[in-house]
Design a protein around this ligand. Structure first.
Ligand code: M6R
Length: 589
């Protein structure tokens, strides 16, 4: 019924619907089940379809000439993917259209109340409730009606609404992102900056329970009190070229290859800040690393970094499980939350839990101005640039870079960490040559019809084994599992049959022999061993040579796994940028 999506509103000189359509195309990574646009002239015109917005031609929209439009690209969480459930949704009188991102937790109660008042619902979504709630108070003026409606919603939500009678656009947020963009002719409001980056880099971030009203100019208000709020207009450094695919066939390969630059950028952190946070980590009574998915594996990797480099124990917990450990939190605890988007609901909920216990929150985020960055006592930007592919690649190695620096800073060896990362960035540049890519492409072609792939690693390579398996699952839909190499003999090895591909991360570290033993055990059961290692070994049926990077080995090792996943998807004729059932920012619980 509800959705986790991309929303946009434009009030412009003309052709707002065209700008909305372009914006939706740029936000398609947030959802691609269905899409819809409402344009307001004297009457509302609504277009909605099931399917991908990328397949829609802009041309028919150009002639519309509307000054006011909103749009939505949907990733359904509970309800069916149908035209009726696609946004925008309208009020009964057809005067108001809304688009929504989030889940209205109290929608059943609101819907019942509205039905009793005579409202007719046309969809099975929670979102439609907003249009009818606004309609209830239209006599108080459109912005006020939106404010009253939004203040009644429970849960993490963001919305945009337009009205044909007042000719205004209103956006409001509480827990889901909304950013305002302004240029001389057009005003935008959207879930993410790339939606309007082509038109402006002057932006204002809405905070929770704030709304923006676009009339002749833009004004900001507090949702609960209705009082005006002053907002700073900021200039952002991202440019549209970074958010475009360029000559690459997919964002995924573009972003994997950008790691030749992004690791270096992530390493350029303010030394004073790194040392300050390292001091806090040393002093804290209990430090937790919190994140989800790929960022969750970065958090897990950081445990190994801190243990091995700084002799410090940090606990990594996935965002959705964090509340179970709240009893250990005090004002002296420190939480390091990691997120590419800075909008992942499970991570934000974990931060809420920590805040309630008055613990300090530090975050590592890629998206400037994101909710997580704004809710933290201090944040580090990973500077990976826009990551558009649903599947996270360059953001991961950038997170690892910052975490590695923090571990070195905590050990009092920051300069050593900085030079290690510089060397690693240089090694990655050399590694990503045409021959290396061709080798992985060829290997993937030979694995493309397999049903299962197993991945093993020990120590620093254990989280990388998990991340490699996640990458393969996400984009190629081949069942892949990552294991701690030592766990094989405790049960997992029962899965290995003749020809089963097994990837082994074998580094020049204390775990080399033990990991090789695991690889040989699998080989003895018929496993086809793919060694990702600085050195060849007779256990390997295929060898992917990687540079020896010491403590930065995880950054180097994950890249061939990302490439393997990418080429597997391509060999299976799948679109790696839009994996089924997934969306880039998981802004719902
Ligand atoms: O934006 P975040 O880093 O908080 O996102 C966390 C996960 O949703 C994300 O890493 C997800 O697992 C990706 N699909 C991984 O490729």
């Amino acid at each position: 019924m509800s959705s986790m999506c991309g929303i946009i509103g434009v009030k412009g000189k003309s052709n707002s619907s065209q700008l909305v359509l372009k914006g939706l195309k740029r936000m398609e990574y947030r959802g691609y089940d269905s899409w819809g646009i409402a344009m307001a002239n004297r009457k509302l015109k609504v277009v909605k379809e099931v399917g991908k917005i990328s397949d829609v031609a802009i041309r028919p929209f150009i002639i519309d000439g509307s000054q006011l439009a909103i749009g939505h690209t949907r990733w359904a969480t509970h309800g069916l993917v149908t035209k009726e459930n696609a946004h925008p949704h309208l009020s009964c009188n057809g005067e108001v259209a809304i688009v929504h991102n989030g889940i209205i937790e109290n929608y059943q109660e609101l819907k019942k109340e509205l039905i009793e008042k005579g409202h007719k619902f046309r969809s099975a979504t929670d979102s439609e409730t907003i249009a009818h709630l606004i309609e209830e108070n239209l006599n108080k003026g459109f912005p006020e009606a939106v404010r009253l409606a939004f203040s009644r919603l429970q849960g993490r939500n963001a919305m945009c609404a337009i009205s044909t009678s007042s000719h205004e656009l209103v956006g409001a947020r509480n827990g889901s992102p909304l950013i305002v963009g302004l240029n001389d002719t057009d005003a935008f409001i959207a879930s993410d900056i790339p939606a309007f980056l082509e038109n402006t880099r002057n932006i204002a971030y809405l905070d929770d329970l704030e709304m923006a009203v676009f009339d002749k100019s833009v004004k900001f208000f507090d949702v609960m009190t209705g009082k005006p709020v002053q907002k700073k207009i900021e200039h952002i450094s991202w440019n549209i070229e970074q958010a475009k695919k360029g000559d690459y066939p997919h964002y995924m390969i573009k972003e994997i290859l950008e790691q030749t630059q992004s690791i270096e950028r992530a390493a350029k952190q303010d030394k004073r800040q790194l040392l300050g946070i390292a001091k806090e980590i040393r002093k804290a009574k209990g430090s937790f690393l919190v994140a989800c998915g790929t960022s969750g594996y970065a958090a897990m990797e950081a445990q190994y970094f801190f243990s091995g480099i700084a002799g410090k124990h940090l606990n990594s917990v996935v965002g959705s499980e964090f509340s179970s450990f709240r009893h250990f939190l005090t004002p002296k605890s420190l939480i390091i939350a990691i997120s590419q988007s800075g909008e992942t609901a499970d991570t934000l909920e974990a931060v809420d839990v920590a805040r309630k216990m008055k613990s300090r929150v530090i975050s590592i985020v890629n998206v400037m101005g994101s909710s997580l960055a704004r809710q933290s006592d201090h944040f580090f930007l990973t500077n990976a640039g826009p990551e558009i592919c649903v599947c996270s690649t360059k953001a991961f190695t950038s997170q690892l870079s910052v975490l590695l620096l923090l571990a070195y800073a905590s050990a009092g060896k920051l300069s050593e960490g900085i030079s290690l990362l510089q060397d690693t960035a240089d090694q990655v540049k050399l590694m990503l040559n045409d021959g290396f890519l061709a080798k992985l492409r060829k290997l993937s072609a030979s694995l493309a019809q397999k049903d299962d792939i197993y991945v093993i690693g020990r120590g620093l390579n254990y989280p990388i084994a998990l991340e490699a398996a996640l990458k393969i699952k996400e984009v190629s839909y081949i069942h892949a599992e990552g294991f701690a190499a030592g766990e094989l003999k405790h049960g997992v090895i029962a899965l290995v049959e003749k020809g089963t591909p097994c990837i082994a991360f074998v580094s020049n570290d204390e775990h080399r022999q033990a990991t090789l033993s695991g690889a040989i055990e699998m080989k003895s059961r018929g496993g086809f061993i793919i060694g990702i290692s600085p050195e060849q070994d007779e256990a390997f049926d295929a060898w992917i040579p990687v540079p020896d990077a010491g403590n930065a080995q995880p950054l180097v090792n994950v890249i061939p796994a990302q490439l393997l996943a990418y080429y597997l998807a391509v060999a299976r004729h799948l679109d790696p940028d839009k994996p089924r059932n997934l969306a880039k920012s998981v802004t719902v619980k």
